[in-house]
Each structure stands twice: as structure tokens, then as C-alpha cells.
Design a protein. Structure first.
Length: 63
């Protein structure tokens, strides 16, 4: 729910468990992809830190 509210243009959210690692994959619209990633990856790094700290998510992948 946090991702859906904080990231604009999400089409799909998938959560995978691989080798003791929780990975969230989000699929976004092409027009929103650059906004989600941000300049030099600033936005995606901030999202990863928030997910790690609050939800124990190890990685965030944008497709």
C-alpha cells in the first residue's frame, strides 16, 4: 500500500522471496519510469532505504 500511494503510475506490484531475500518488483508506465528512478537514481535509492528500514524488503526492482 505504501508503494501504491507514494509512486505515481504503478501498474503492478510483485513480491518475491529468493534465497532469504525479499524483492519487490514494480511495473510502472513508461511516462512515469524516469520520475520513479530520479536523477542519478536518487528517488529509487530513497525508496529502497524506506522499504528496508520499515518493511525488511531487501531490494526494489523497477520494470
Amino acid at each position: 500500500m505504501f508503494l501504491r500511494n507514494s509512486v505515481k503510475g504503478i501498474r503492478e506490484i510483485r513480491i518475491r522471496n529468493e534465497k532469504e531475500e525479499k524483492i519487490v518488483e514494480i511495473t510502472v508506465e513508461n511516462s512515469s519510469r524516469s520520475l520513479v528512478i530520479g536523477r542519478n537514481g536518487k528517488n529509487i535509492k530513497a525508496l529502497r532505504q524506506i522499504l528496508k528500514r520499515n518493511y525488511n524488503i531487501d531490494n526494489l526492482v523497477v520494470k
